[in-house]
Design a protein around this ligand. Structure first.
Ligand code: NAP
Ligand code: 8YV
Length: 317
């Protein structure tokens, strides 16, 4: 049988490419000298897409009239318009669960770095200031006694909550609805939760429904000892409102792994003193990225072998 044609628009981890090439004919758009020409030639042959970010909507789908499945790398799939995919009868899959513990570990690391200014303290040592100026200044903030509001108590949010409990934090949560069997106090609005907490952990998905949910009002409610951590998606936080809140002292500090316009990070954020910035490394260990990659492969194989996906996004029903 002729192998199925798969499009890979952007480079993906070597494991994904290797395993896909063993089963399918993989068209690497990122290597094409003339991508439009390549698309015009292979578009009608493509039956599956192995995706790593990149906007996928009606305009994208129209180039591939016979596409059946988009297998996306990552649990967040805000780059894929699932409404357009459903309308075009295209399956969308993602890579949940296999990264939850890794991302939760990173979230706790980022929280500790931010509260205790660990990155800044390391820079102090490396710049020789421990010798020339003495000890790094005591941090105004401490993790002890903090109340953590989790915005998005899903798979990763729960893994963060488990770790945060071990650190002695009190936990609250906000989402679209109260969850059965969850004892943490629930807040129907993000602003109410921010007012009840001094630490806000964003681990909600991106997309139109959550865009700029963390705005000036929410940051004001969090208060002057407030720490914002964003491990979810950059678009959830209004970055300009955050910069203003940090400049004015409306909140104390912020730790960010994700940004509105990655990989571009506003210069002002880089200059602010109590801000920790990471380059979207939440899931970025070899083992976890390989497990995510394996799921991308498994979804494509399962779809073309059995007509069933392994981990479809919830919108697929
Ligand atoms: P999940 O299990 O689907 O959890 C998402 C949570 O967000 C749910 O508890 C959901 O609760 C809440 N939520 C969804 N839409 C909402 C809305 N419009 N308003 C308020 N709450 C909403 O997803 P997950 O596996 O934990 O992943 C969460 C997100 O983390 C991903 O979508 C991705 O963007 C991000 N992520 C980042 C990294 C990184 O490297 N930094 C890595 C992995 C994932 P309700 O249904 O009750 O509203
Ligand atoms: C990945 C992520 O780095 O899973 C997600 O939603 O944000 C990260 O784990 C990203 O998807 C890679 O493109």
């Amino acid at each position: 049988m002729t192998p199925v044609d798969i499009l890979m628009p952007r480079p993906m981890p070597p494991l994904v490419l290797e395993k896909l090439e063993a089963e399918f004919t993989v068209h690497k758009l990122f290597e094409a000298e003339n991508p439009d020409g390549m698309l015009a030639e292979i578009g009608p042959k493509i039956r599956g897409v192995a995706a790593m970010g990149g906007k996928m909507d009606k305009a994208f789908l129209e180039k591939f009239p016979n596409v059946e499945i988009i297998s996306s790398f990552g649990v967040g799939y805000d780059h894929v318009n699932t409404g357009d995919c459903l309308a075009a009868n295209v399956m969308v899959t993602h890579t949940p669960d296999v990264l939850s513990d890794e991302v939760a570990d990173t979230a706790l690391g980022l929280l500790l770095m931010t509260v205790r200014e660990l990155g800044q303290a390391e820079t102090w040592l490396r710049e020789g200031k421990w010798v020339s100026e003495g000890a790094y200044p005591l941090t105004r903030a401490t993790l002890q006694g903090r109340t953590l509001g989790i915005f998005g108590l899903g798979r990763i949010g729960k893994a963060i909550a488990k770790r945060a409990e071990a650190f002695g934090l009190t936990i609250h949560y906000h989402g679209r609805s109260r969850q059965d069997g969850v004892a943490y106090p629930y807040h129907a609005t993000l602003k109410d939760m921010a007012a009840a907490c001094d630490t806000l952990m964003v681990v909600a998905p991106g997309g139109a429904a959550t865009k700029h949910s963390v705005n000036a009002e929410v940051l004001d409610a969090l208060g002057p000892e407030g720490i914002l951590i964003n491990i979810g998606r950059g678009t959830v936080v209004d970055e300009q409102a955050l910069i203003a809140a940090l400049e004015k002292g409306t909140i104390h500090g912020a730790g960010l792994d994700v940004f509105e316009d990655e990989p571009n990070v506003p210069e002002k954020l880089m200059q602010l003193p109590r801000v920790t910035l990471l380059p979207h490394v939440g899931s970025a260990s070899q083992a976890t990225r390989n497990a995510m990659g394996q799921l991308v492969v498994d979804n494509l194989k399962s779809w073309f072998d059995t007509g069933q996906a392994v981990t479809p996004v919830p919108e697929m029903g």
